[in-house]
Structures are given as C-alpha cells and as structure tokens.
Design a protein around this ligand. Structure first.
Ligand code: TRP
Length: 438
C-alpha cells in the first residue's frame, strides 16, 4: 500500500473504497425499508452538507499529518487527548468487517451459483427460499466469508497498489456500464414505473428522526466516513493532490452508483412481486430475477456478481488497511513491534473469529450472541451504520473544528471560513437526533 503513485490512483482507490456493497446492497433495501423518495432526498442532502466536508476533512487530516488514524490525531493536535478516537475507529472497523465480509462472501457464492446456472427458471418465491436456505447454512457461508477475508489480506500483504490501481481502472468502468444498462432495462420494462415512482416521488410524511439518522448513517457509510479509512488514504496522497476535487468526484460517483442500484432493484421488486421491506437479502433475491429477463442470463449474472465482488473487495481493503496500519503503528514503540506482514496475519485471524461468531449467530448456533432480539449480523450492521460511523464522523469534525490550530488550514480564507463553520457548528448538530429517538 505505502503510497499512491498517481493522482488518478488516489481517486480510484478512494472511489474503490466508497463504491461497494453500501451502494449496491445496502442502499436499495434501506430505501425500501424507509419509504422511498423522501429518504433519497435526505440521503443526498446529508451527503452534500455533511458528507462532503467530512470527506475533505478526513483526507486533509491524513495528508497534513502523513499518518494513519492511529498517529494522525496526536500529530495534528499535539497531544494525546484524542487517542481514544483512533481506538474507536479500530473498533468500528472490526464491527464493520464482521458483517461486510459475510456479505462479500454472499457475492462470491452467487457468482459461483450464477456460473453453474442455478438460478435458471427460478421465480420470486424460489429465489427467496434459495437465499434463506443459504443463509441457514453456516459452513458454506463461513467458507465464502473466509475466502473474501483471505483475498483482501493477500492484497494488503503484497504491496500491490499498482495491481489494484490497474484492476480497478478496467473493472470499475465496466461495473458502471453494466449498472447503466440494467437500470435502463428495468426502467423500460412492464411494471417498472411503480418502482420509479416509489424511488422518486417523495412522501415527506415518512420522515421521522430515525429516518433522518438512517439517511445520514447510510450516506456516511457509502462515503467511507467515520472510521479513519480516508485519513489513512489521505496519508498516502501525493503532495500535489487536490483534495477538494477528489472529494467531490468521489461523492458524485457514489451518489450515481447508489441511485443506479436503486433504479435496478426497486423496479424489480414491484415488477416481480418481491416486497420492498424484505431487508438485507433484497439485492440478492431480485438481481437473479432481473438477469433472467436479460441477454444471456448466466453469463451476465456471473459477470455482474464478479464485478460486485471487485467493488466489495476494494472497499474491504480500505477498512482492513485501517486495522493493519493501526496494529503496525500501535506496536511500533512497544517491546514487540509487529511488521506489516505480521500485522496482516494478526488482523486476519481476528477477522476470521469475528466473522465466525457473526455467522454462528445468524444461523442460530450461538444464542448468547442475540442481543435485543437481533442476531450479531443485524446488530453489528445497525451499530456501525447508525451509531459508530455517525459519531466517529462527528467527533472528527469537532476535532478539526475546535482542537487543531487554525494555522494548519490551507486554501483561500473564504473557503476555510466556510469549512470551519461547517465543522464547528453545522456538522456536530445532528448528534441531537439521538435524543429524539424513542
Ligand atoms: N463505502 C463502502 C461501501 O459503500 C464501505 C466502506 C469502505 C466503508 N470503507 C469504509 C464504510 C469506511 C465506512 C467507513 O460499501
């Protein structure tokens, strides 16, 4: 990983981190559960007003300090008082990856099954049943989760940012084109308009504090905020990188991909008789159905799930990198410093354990992990998206707004003034939302 070789490399890595399962898997079902259009408007507003300055902020913290999340807060504030935030980042990364790798495993499994032509002729009830059977099968799910952990670890092991850069340069545009083709296909098919209306006709009566919080959580999740991932990437940026431009490009890309995924999955929901509130399996049950009505179903669906795997892995890389960099830097001054390879091994083992627990809990093999009536997968997903990431992001805003000497801000006075007002006053304000949720 070390450092990026080119500006386009940074953009690709940042976009690779941002565009992932958040847009393709989480966005459609969260929109479905929260009533459609109004939620999407909130999502876009949150991304522009809160998300964008926070993306710039995390990049700047990394770029100015040249450190990852572990060392950056200390380097910029000049004291140790913000060290807890790096530990929180580490914990959030761990929780995030304990469900994210499970879903990445689903993508690999679906890619294999698509190649074997399993979905041929299946309709909504069979596809839902197929998913449920798979979701009850702990060994198979575990094997695929471990494959995705090992794939990510091997990228971090070999300093192959060149390989990743080149790979994403080719594959991300293909994913993008496939999404556009599929969205156009869905929009023009019979029954597709109901889905579009659900997506784009806002019903503002559906907005509650919880919905606002979910929109903010999802926006921060898709922008890779709140756990120090962009700080770590900022630390690898070349000197002449334009942070503001990279951030805007990244945000626009993420919003477009999320909307495209919504335009594929939700019309399919209405056209083929699924339920928009189905939850996390929504993308996985609807897509195989969509492909059956397209050109060469087996080939297209295999290709699509393969691209989804790539999108997922470029995201897991950025989160696991936070953990690996943390372990390296945190042990550097101790008696037993771990080098990069050793850190990758330690983090891999921790993640295998976390994912195993998560899968055991999902399949009913570990009832002690059921908390508040939900299994560990759902709890980790909710905790990270609606709590740890928003709070991590708000804490970083307070940190830069109030505790980093002003002399460190760069750029024009006007821009830094707006930026400072946002960081100090505007962004921390949503924390009051927590108090209004029953
Ligand atoms: N943004 C990615 C997605 O949408 C997930 C992700 C990668 C992430 N890095 C992150 C989420 C850091 C939060 C923080 O799939």
């Amino acid at each position: 990983m070390k450092s990026f070789s080119s500006r386009i490399g940074v953009l690709l890595a940042a976009a690779g981190s941002a565009v992932g399962l958040g847009s393709i898997w989480k966005f459609p079902y969260t929109v479905g559960e929260n009533g459609g259009g109004a939620f999407i408007i909130l999502y876009i507003i949150c991304s522009i007003i809160f998300g964008l300055p926070l993306v710039m902020n995390e990049f700047m913290i990394g770029k100015l300090s040249g450190k990852s999340a572990y060392g950056a807060y200390r380097a910029l504030s000049g004291n140790n008082r913000w060290q807890w935030l790096s530990w929180t980042n580490m914990l959030s990364s761990l929780f995030l990856l304990s469900f994210y790798f499970v879903v990445t495993g689903w993508c690999i499994y679906y890619m294999v099954e698509a190649a074997l032509n399993t979905f041929d002729g299946m309709e909504a009830p069979q596809l839902t049943a197929f998913f449920n059977t798979f979701e009850g099968n702990a060994p198979v799910m575990l094997v695929y989760a471990i494959i995705s952990i090992v794939l990510t670890a091997s990228v971090l092991w070999f300093d192959v940012n060149k390989g990743i850069e080149r790979l994403s340069k080719i594959l991300m545009p293909i994913l993008f084109i496939m999404l556009i083709v599929m969205a156009v296909h869905m929009v023009f098919m019979d029954g597709g308009t109901t889905g579009l209306r659900f997506l784009f006709e806002p019903d503002f009566s559906k907005i509650t504090p919880k919905v606002i919080l979910e929109a903010m959580g999802l926006s921060f999740f898709t922008l890779s905020l709140g756990i120090g991932a962009l700080i770590t990437y900022g630390g690898y940026m070349p000197e002449d990188q334009n942070v503001a431009k990279t951030s805007v490009q990244m945000m626009v890309l993420v919003i477009i991909v999320s909307l495209l995924a919504g335009m594929i999955v939700l019309p399919a929901v209405f056209a083929y008789g699924f339920s928009p509130t189905e939850g996390p399996e929504l993308t996985f049950v609807t897509l195989p159905e969509v492909f059956q009505h397209m050109f060469s179903p087996s080939l297209t669906s295999t290709a699509f799930f393969a691209l989804m795997c790539v999108a997922a892995i470029t995201s897991t890389i950025s989160v696991m990198e936070v953990m690996v960099a943390f372990v390296c830097e945190a042990t550097a001054d101790t008696k037993r410093p771990l080098n990069r390879h050793q850190s990758v091994i330690v983090v891999t083992l921790i993640l295998v354990v976390a994912n195993t627990l998560c899968i055991l809990s999902m399949t009913g093999h570990a009832d002690w992990l059921t908390i508040m009536g939900q299994n560990m997968f759902d709890n980790a997903n909710d905790l990270v998206t609606n709590f740890l990431i928003p709070l991590g992001a708000l804490a970083v805003a307070v940190f830069t707004g109030w505790f980093v000497p002003k002399a460190r801000y760069q750029g024009s006075r006007m821009a830094s003034c707006i930026y400072l007002i946002l960081l100090r006053w505007v962004i921390p304000s949503p924390s009051s939302l927590y108090s209004s949720i029953p």
